[in-house]
Design a protein around this ligand. Structure first.
Ligand SMILES: NC(=O)c1ccc[n+]([C@@H]2O[C@H](COP(=O)([O-])OP(=O)(O)OC[C@H]3O[C@@H](n4cnc5c(N)ncnc54)[C@H](OP(=O)(O)O)[C@@H]3O)[C@@H](O)[C@H]2O)c1
Length: 278
């Protein structure tokens, strides 16, 4: 089990870059004041990592919040993603510049291929390799890649993906993918760790929450990091942003972990990476 002691603890990616285990997601957070407030509250609470994407249409607000927060750039870890319609070599390079202009940053920490668009993602990956070699981004990775997509990329890439960000929560424990990523030094990162709120009344999680004097959200997020999975819950509420990150003062036992593992049903809340049409 992975031992993580504070909100600032990091995992070391295979190229040596340090990525925080914990961050804030901003999917469905409105550009402007809503995203500015969320990001600033998170940074105030000690978060170092923010996960956005071109398609979330809030990169400008994320950039504004980073400026207003007044934290040295190098203390933060900023992720964005190239959207599906922009995949391909030249179009990805252009999309990257557009994201960077919106974010107002000189370099990015992590750039991800958002979805494995058939027939496109390898060209997109070549563009990410170029951005990495040019020093514009500290780490590159993929998102929503299944084992077969990773095998396909690994077969002829120059630089191996450092991260794979996928849907991951107690109903979708992704055991095979997690093992494959560990074996290939690819850091797994969880999206929708709280299953967008659907798991918060699950009786066995409520029981564990009572046992530890924690909330169900905290139990789930602790399960993520103890499994060696980076996690980026989203909230636009200051008290939840603080609550979600307060998971470093307790530990789930092996038995607790097994109870959570038992909730797996291989059930998704989001699209299937082998069958999506966007
Ligand atoms: N790569 C991809 O394809 C992909 C896809 C989806 C998401 N993501 C990333 O992953 C991040 C997280 O996933 P997500 O936003 O889909 O869902 P999530 O983090 O699983 O859940 C967010 C929902 O849970 C609520 N919530 C948060 N903390 C809570 C708490 N302590 N108690 C009760 N409710 C709580 C939020 O409401 P309030 O905001 O009202 O608090 C929101 O409705 C995204 O923001 C995005 O950055 C990536």
């Amino acid at each position: 089990m992975t031992t993580i002691k504070s909100l600032q603890d990091t995992t070391t990616l295979h190229n040596g870059v340090k990525m925080p285990w914990f961050g804030l997601g901003v999917f469905k957070v409105e550009d402007g004041q809503e995203v500015i407030d969320s990001v600033k509250w998170a940074i105030e609470a000690g978060y170092k990592s923010i996960d956005t994407a071109a398609i979330y249409k809030n990169e400008e607000g994320v950039g504004q919040a980073i400026k207003e927060a007044g934290v040295p750039r190098e203390e933060l870890f900023i992720t964005t993603k190239v959207w599906n319609k922009d995949q391909g070599y030249e179009s990805t390079l252009a999309a990257f510049e557009e994201s960077m202009n919106k974010l107002g940053l000189e370099y990015l920490d992590l750039y991800l291929v958002h979805w494995p668009v058939e027939g496109k993602y390898k060209e997109t990956w070549r563009a990410l390799e170029k951005l990495y070699k040019d020093g514009k981004v500290k780490a590159i990775g993929v998102s929503n890649f299944q084992v077969h997509h990773l095998e396909d990329i690994l077969a002829d890439c120059e630089i191996k993906p450092m991260v794979n960000q996928v849907e991951y929560h107690p109903r979708l424990a992704q055991k095979e993918l997690l093992l494959f990523c560990k074996d290939n030094s690819i850091q797994l990162e969880a999206w929708s760790p709280l299953m967008q709120g659907e798991l918060l009344e699950e009786p066995s999680l409520v029981e564990l929450a009572e046992k530890h004097g924690k909330s169900v959200a905290q139990i789930i997020l602790r399960w993520d990091v103890q499994n060696g999975v980076v996690t980026i819950p989203k909230s636009v509420k200051q008290h939840r942003i603080v609550e979600n990150a307060d998971i470093f003062d307790f530990e789930l036992s092996l038995e607790d972990m097994a109870k959570i593992d038992a909730l797996n049903e291989d059930r998704r809340i989001g699209p299937d990476p082998d069958n999506f049409d966007f």
